[in-house]
Design a protein around this ligand. Structure first.
Ligand code: ZN
Length: 315
């Protein structure tokens, strides 16, 4: 979910140049024919404000803002499920690379409101440990969506020889909090980190966007070294996500470029390794929800993210 109580974005009407921008996005990374379109881009956003208020009204639990973390890791729920079927192969185009995947939120966060509402330090400010995330109108939880896509992504990356670490794997009672999520990527010495989410916004707001870290320095936050590589990582993921899913970039955030830059997310501010968030679509829009609830589309989404990561890591 779009994580942002403070500054609700002003929805922009897609400009005629949007398709051109998308092509530039794809060409920028030397990709032809990735201007797929699910029509989302064609319809101007209804200017839905993704601010929590609107989402909270319809979402089963309070909307998500990935915010910072408590120091004590959340008590574990059950042992992590071993990666499904594809053990990491020693060889492959990504062998020797470490990728950290952060499934956004936790399906049980709503059972631990006092724990997740605890304020923690994200360098420049304090924010709550974690949030519940949004869901579709039919009740498919964002936190379930993010775990599903993360598992598919892990399998795809392991098949290319990458070492893949999940920040949590449905094995925590709540959280982890966002500063711990950032620390896991830092400690792993990740070559790339992707935080997987889906948005909760007004009907008519459609499409995906990738959130890049802004240049932030304050307290324990210093993104100066990761801004450049994260933009490269994010641009490749955006272009290849279009190609794999046929979905167009968001028509309400990022001016149809599929990219947005933020300075208020603890998970980015505290990262010392290249990291981006991806909002895969709007769970509250019926057309996007039909995609997000489809296993086939989620596999394509994972493929697009994996392609973007591989393209970045293989330079
Ligand atoms: Zn989210």
């Amino acid at each position: 979910m779009r994580h942002d109580e403070s500054v609700p974005p002003t929805p922009r009407r897609p400009k005629p140049a949007a398709a051109a921008a998308l092509t530039v996005l794809c060409l920028g990374i030397g990709l032809s024919g990735c201007g797929g379109d699910s029509g989302a881009q064609a319809q101007p956003g209804k200017g839905g404000d993704p601010a929590p208020s609107s989402a909270a009204a319809s979402a089963p639990a309070s909307p998500a803002t990935p915010s910072p973390a408590s120091t004590s890791p959340a008590p574990s729920k059950k042992p992590a499920s071993p990666s499904p079927s594809t053990p990491a192969t020693a060889s492959g185009p990504l062998s020797g690379k470490t990728v950290v995947i952060d499934p956004g939120h936790n399906p049980d966060n709503h059972l631990h409101t006092s724990e997740i509402n605890r304020q923690v330090d994200i360098g420049t400010t304090h924010k709550e440990c974690d949030t519940t995330g949004t869901s579709t109108n039919s009740g498919y939880a964002e936190a379930r969506f993010t775990l599903d896509v993360s598992h598919r992504l892990r399998t795809l990356l392991q098949a290319q020889g990458a070492k893949v670490v999940l920040t949590y794997d449905d094995d925590r009672a709540f959280g982890p909090c966002v500063d711990e999520r950032a620390r896991i990527g830092n400690k792993a010495g990740a070559d790339a980190v992707v935080s997987v989410h889906a948005d909760g916004s007004a009907v008519g707001n459609r499409g995906f966007h990738v959130i890049l870290p802004a240049s932030v320095r304050g307290g324990g936050a210093d993104t100066s070294k990761i801004v450049g590589p994260s933009r490269d990582l994010g641009t490749r993921i955006a272009g290849l996500f279009v190609r794999a899913t046929g979905s167009a970039p968001s028509n309400y955030i990022g001016g149809n470029t599929g990219l947005d830059t933020r300075k208020d997310l603890g998970g980015l501010n505290l990262s010392t390794v290249p990291k981006v968030f991806i909002e895969c679509g709007n769970m509250r829009d019926p057309k996007d929800a039909a995609l997000l609830t489809s296993a086939g589309w989620r596999q394509k989404a994972a493929q697009g993210i994996a392609d973007g990561i591989s393209s970045y890591l293989n330079g």
